[in-house]
Design a protein around this ligand. Structure first.
Ligand code: ADP
Ligand code: MG
Length: 541
């Protein structure tokens, strides 16, 4: 109001109207600005709306796509499930047919084995089984001194049992010719197969023994390959005898004896008795390990082998001890084996330096009535009568009553004309080590041993070669070993060679040599082994 003081009303009115106009102008410009802002917001809203529309369309589209994908995936899973079920059914069917085929294969294999066995019997083939021993920790192969150049602290396996009839020798050492060779045998045992399993295959031969066949089981292989383990069982280091503590570890010789006595126990009492002889062939000399001096002490006596008029080999004056059970037998054999370290002429560094032949002679008493029925022909009968009279056991001849209580007394035999005897023989042989030992650097006793072992084993190979080629002359007499085993090797016995093999690379040459020997032995055909005439069982009476 101070400003209006002194002014006229008109001037005041004019001032008022100018002020109003200014305010109106200001308001209208604000409205315009607001209007513009509203326009912009409207446009933004429009574009937002269309964006939202697009988004929702897009979302719907994507939803559809995903749904479709989920549906196809579900369908695919369903299809896969069905396929899986089909596969499961197919797998089950296949499993069943595989089982059937396996069963059929096992049956066929059994049949094939039986046929093969008959063929072996008909041809008089030598059966060859091969046992691969486990890898042993360094230096534990008993008594086997490994040459310096071959000593290594590790062993590499090169011989395997590919299956129960095949040995595979595989070696790819750099700097050596590579070997990949298989060998077939009647039976192959891998390192984990027990003494039980090995004996199970031998047992049928013992039934044959009591059925009237001679039987010979021979272990062949280099030193340390498991011959003595297989034939006798684990050895006791200090006395070369074998341990009879652990029954499951017993080898073929004690088990065979147990089995023979078991089979005899099933026969009529008094109809069988068993005698034992233990012979060692060392440096081409035969030693009777059961011979006794006047005080009854056991000591080794040199014996000779001769050919009888019937063309059989025989050891005159050889000691036969009658045994009544398996433990008596084990005791006797163990005593004989311990002798080897004590007797001056028999001292040798290791049991594998000599051949050991344990013979069980089983005498069957046959009554005359049965006798006649079972003879194949008169000639055989005459021959057998002769054989019986010349191989009458020493003890019986001396008329001592030390033989089996199961058997009738000798007097009875002499007075009862109708009673006859038939002898069958079980020869169990642990051959000397077949290693390829060079002669260089070997002197004295070792040189003699080695050359005799080499000669006797090559004589054995020569004999087999001559039989295989059906030569008119078979050189049995080239060595005491072949002369002693003449009948068994020549076709008078069912012969089983148990090849023992070390799986180690360092014995590759020896293993190949043994496998070669076994392969050649298998090819020998000796004609069907003759059965000694045994009585037809009581139904034939
Ligand atoms: P060889 O008589 O051929 O010289 P050994 O029978 O003395 O050989 O065996 C040598 C070593 O190998 C021994 O210590 C023996 O116990 C062991 N051995 C051999 N074969 C087997 C096997 N199948 N299982 C376990 N040990 C074995
Ligand atoms: Mg031995």
């Amino acid at each position: 109001y101070q400003g209006f003081t002194g002014r006229s009303t008109n001037e005041v009115l004019q001032l008022y109207s100018a002020h109003g106009q200014q305010q109106t102008l200001q308001r209208s410009s604000v409205v315009t600005q607001l209007h513009r802002a509203i326009q912009r917001l409207k446009q933004d809203l429009k574009s937002l709306h269309s964006f939202a529309l697009e988004l929702s369309k897009d979302f719907q589209h994507q939803c559809k796509t995903y749904l479709y994908q989920v549906l196809t995936a579900v369908q695919r899973i369903q299809l896969q499930n069905e396929a899986m079920q089909m596969f499961q059914i197919k797998a089950f069917d296949l499993e069943q047919s595989l089982q059937e085929v396996t069963e059929r294969y096992e049956k066929e294999k059994h049949k094939r084995r039986a046929l093969h066995n008959s063929l072996v019997e008909l041809r008089g083939n030598i059966r060859v089984h091969c046992r691969i021993r486990p890898l042993l920790p360094f230096g534990t192969a008993a008594g086997h001194t490994i040459p310096q150049d071959r000593q290594r602290n590790f062993s590499e396996k090169v011989a395997y049992a590919a299956d129960d009839e095949t040995v595979l020798v595989k070696c790819n050492r750099p700097g050596h010719a590579s070997i990949n060779k298989t060998f077939q045998f009647e039976r192959v045992y891998n390192a984990s197969e027990s003494q039980d399993t090995v004996f199970a295959d031998v047992a049928p031969l013992l039934t044959s023994l009591l059925d009237g066949y001679n039987v010979c089981i021979m272990a062949y292989g280099q030193t340390g390959s498991g011959k003595t383990y297989t034939m006798l069982g684990p050895q006791l280091e200090e006395n070369f005898a074998f341990s009879i503590e652990d029954e499951s570890e017993l080898g073929i010789i004690p088990r065979a004896t147990q089995e023979v006595f078991r089979l005899i126990s099933e026969k009529p009492p008094g109809s069988y008795w068993v005698e034992v002889s233990v012979v060692e062939v060392y440096n081409n000399e035969i030693f009777d390990l059961l011979a006794k001096d006047s005080c009854g002490r056991v000591f080794g006596v040199k014996r000779d082998v001769v050919t009888t008029r019937e063309g059989k080999s025989d050891v005159p004056l050889l000691t036969y001890e009658t045994v009544e059970n398996a433990s008596e037998f084990l005791h006797l054999v163990n005593k004989g084996l311990q002798l080897r370290v004590r007797h001056p002429t028999l001292v040798h560094a290791h049991s594998s330096r000599s051949h050991l032949v344990v013979t069980l002679t089983i005498t069957t008493i046959v009554s005359g009535d049965n006798f006649g029925i079972s003879w194949e022909d008169e000639l055989t009968s005459q021959k057998l009568n002769k054989e019986v009279s010349c191989t009458f056991p020493q003890k019986m001849r001396e008329n001592k009553s030390t033989f089996s209580s199961r058997a009738s007394s000798p007097a009875q035999f002499e007075t009862t004309e109708k009673l006859k005897q038939i002898k069958t023989r079980l020869q169990l042989v642990d051959l000397a080590g077949s290693e390829c030992v060079g002669m260089s650097g070997v002197t004295g006793a070792a040189l003699r041993e080695t050359s005799f072992i080499n000669r006797s084993l090559s004589a054995l190979a020569d004999v087999l070669g001559a039989i295989a080629e059906q030569r008119s002359h078979v050189p049995y007499r080239n060595s005491k070993l072949t002369h002693l085993l003449q009948d068994a090797v020549g076709g008078d016995a069912k012969l089983l060679v148990m090849l023992c093999i070390s799986p180690d690379q360092k014995y590759l040459a020896e293993s190949m040599q043994s496998l070669g020997f076994g392969t050649r032995a298998r090819q020998v055909q000796r004609g069907q082994v003759k059965k000694k005439n045994l009585p037809v069982p009581s139904k034939a009476k």
